[in-house]
Design a protein around this ligand. Structure first.
Ligand code: ATP
Length: 368
């Protein structure tokens, strides 16, 4: 069992704050992904959990024990950077045996552990091969095997499949996830790839410039982003952002005025209540809506915004249609059958249950 807790952890490199007051709870057996752009502090966080880096402030607890200043070797955690880093002169077996030999385990114990890991990873048939005789995928599996034989309390994986080509990455993603289900060890996985994060994580931790942005399940992060950064970082194509301002008419009804085209659209009762509760009338907001939650019609419709087709991308199982509202491009995901001509008049509407409103000043969602 391995529960990992970070309490108000701060790490500085000179004047740079690489990790800024991070608190995080990783439950036993959980698969947690640290996600964010390059330089946001993911690797530093992982290195602090492993013990390779010490925090300047805060605490790190492993199964309730304070390990903040314990050395990496005393933490029972396996840290895998790139899965490739194998010793070229050793066989796969030799590579996997190495960490156990250095710990002084008996030959039989080492053999049993290697057989167990090899079976899990389905690499029994390549144990006698040297790295140069292995495919990229097999090298990755052997490197993972080398971590598995130690039976660590937790796995820390830093962009383990980052350098692979797209198709192969997809395959390894599935394998790693499956392996996690099979061995059930707590895993912290670092990536800058949002698709990898969303498809693998039980929980995703989004970071930017050392600051925590949001912690949530992939679905929470996707459907209820905490701020513009998260909304923008997750999803492909990304969320649409449209300037708007809540207004109240003389009968007290609430509308969202789409600022660039000065068109008022009706909102759901839930959103109207929220706007009133948060006192957002006449405040500058940003309406966030995912491409699949925008509808497009080629006839006149109520509560829609008039525009025309700017561009269309046919992507096989779906199309992406671009339209403009003022200067803002809005991307709409449609069925492949929806295939209008460029320049064709159309109107677009928003699924009000799927809208996220952000305060333009703070960039935070106002939905909670
Ligand atoms: P990447 O995906 O590029 O590895 P990351 O999100 O993992 O990025 P970190 O490697 O944790 O980010 O780095 C966070 C910040 O701290 C960066 O600005 C980086 O340049 C800086 N940094 C990391 N390690 C050191 C170090 N040993 N000395 C000085 N600065 C460092």
């Amino acid at each position: 069992m391995a529960e990992i807790i970070l309490e108000n952890v701060i790490k500085r490199f000179g004047s740079l704050i690489a990790v800024n007051n991070l608190s995080l709870e990783i439950k036993d057996k959980e698969f947690v992904v640290l996600l964010g752009p390059s330089g946001c502090g993911k690797t530093t966080t992982l290195r602090m959990i492993s013990g390779l880096e010490l925090p300047d402030e805060g605490k790190i607890l492993l199964d309730g024990k304070d390990v903040t200043f314990k050395r990496a070797s005393q933490r029972d955690i396996a840290f895998v950077f790139q899965l490739y880093a194998l010793y070229p002169h050793m066989t796969a077996y030799g590579n996997m045996a190495f960490p156990l030999k250095t710990q002084g385990f008996s030959k039989d114990k080492i053999d049993a552990e290697i057989r167990r890991a090899a079976q899990l990873l389905k690499i029994e048939h390549i144990l006698n091969r040297k790295p140069r005789e292995l495919s990229g995928g097999d090298m990755q599996r052997v490197a993972l095997g080398r971590a598995l034989v130690r039976r660590p309390k937790a796995f820390l994986l830093d962009e383990p499949i980052g350098t692979l080509d797209a198709k192969f990455r997809e395959e390894m993603r599935t394998e790693l996830k499956r392996l996690h289900v099979d061995i059930g060890a707590t895993t912290v996985y670092v990536t800058h790839d949002q698709v990898e994060a969303m498809s693998m994580g039980d929980k995703v931790v989004v970071m930017n410039f050392g600051n925590l942005q949001q912690i949530g399940t992939p679905s929470e992060i996707y459907h209820h982003p905490a701020n513009l950064f998260v909304a923008n970082f997750i999803g492909s194509p990304g969320m649409n952002f449209i300037d708007c301002m809540p207004v109240k008419d003389e009968r007290g009804e609430i509308f969202l005025n789409i600022t660039s085209v000065n068109k008022k659209i009706k909102v759901s009762e839930k959103i109207a209540k929220l706007i009133l509760k948060k006192e957002m009338i006449d405040k500058e907001l940003i309406l966030g809506i995912r491409p699949e939650d925008v509808s497009i019609e080629f006839k006149e419709c109520e509560n829609y915004i008039d525009t025309e087709v700017f561009l269309i991308e046919t992507l096989g199982s779906f199309n992406i249609i671009d339209v403009k509202i003022g200067q803002t491009t809005v991307r709409i995901r449609t069925l492949p059958i929806v295939s209008p001509n460029i320049g064709q008049p159309c109107c677009i509407g928003f699924d009000m249950n799927a809208v996220t409103l952000f305060d333009k000043k703070t960039e935070n969602s106002i939905m909670n």
